[in-house]
Design a protein around this ligand. Sequence first.
Ligand SMILES: [Fe+2]
Length: 331
Amino acid sequence: MHALKETDVVGSEDLPIFENAQSWRGPELVHRNDWIHEFSADEISEIDAAVSHLDAKGVDILTIDRSMFSLPSLSAVLTSAKHEILHGRGFQLFRGVPVERYTPRQSAIAYWGLGQHLGEALSQNGKGHVLGHVANLGLNYADPEVRGYQTNARLPYHSDLADMVGLLCLRASKSGGLSSIVSSTTLWNEMVRRRPDHARTLLEPFYYTRWGEIPEGKLAFEAIPVFAPWHGSMIANYVRSAILKAQSLPGVPPLTLRQVEAMDFLDSLCVDPELHLDMAFKPGDVQLLSNHFILHSRTAYEDWAEVEKRRHLLRLWLVASDNYLEWSTTT
Ligand SMILES: [Fe+2]
């Protein structure tokens, strides 16, 4: 028997197994550091130069584009990371953005500028925020209007609505708040091996709420399969809270027991320590994930009493123009 090549697909015709760059398991990566890039002193100097120039000019952060945020040598590192995120293992961690000596505005310029070298920023909510704040506002996640990033609650494994999601850590929590990621390709493979019936169910469309943010001419919901084969890979889209919230919308068929059991099984695989990879953020860390190949989660956390010390992350949702996927089957 030959060793599997990167592009080999095994399994049955309708339920293939993908052994490729995306199909990693967390414990294999814990003791490796090829997914971590610590910025060198020279690279930080490049970031410093771009930030101080734009900060001194008083430039509106959201008008900064790639050409304005010049990174003579770091640009190639970011391009290579982007390729790894979109077409390889699906994630990257950068360390060492000097947020401790930056003002909040300088940190935002640095993060926005780095993001411009990776993709185009998307709005993350109905207010049109493209540079989002992830912080505990003391809100209750059980409130239907509240999004998970505004709380300190555990967030179940899910994907976001962009090609990539990035987080810059400005301040870490007092305790907890680990980021946890899992390869959705590995989740698929495990489903096929252990419960092919559930795998088959998750190829069907599931109905998602649009959270009241409905483009003109569109319905309040959209139908998207959890798993979909795409160009020789398996991509995933999974936000169980959005599926549950769609259930109250007129026109959405009720979830079947079979669908609920398939999601339960998927959730049980996500929390399997043999599959996921946890990471603790330090100030200056930038985590970048492909939403097509990674589900992410966060453990609950305890914050500092002092407001100025509390956990605070900046978030970007990025679209890569060469990789945008339109999966919606409902218009
Ligand atoms: Fe998320």
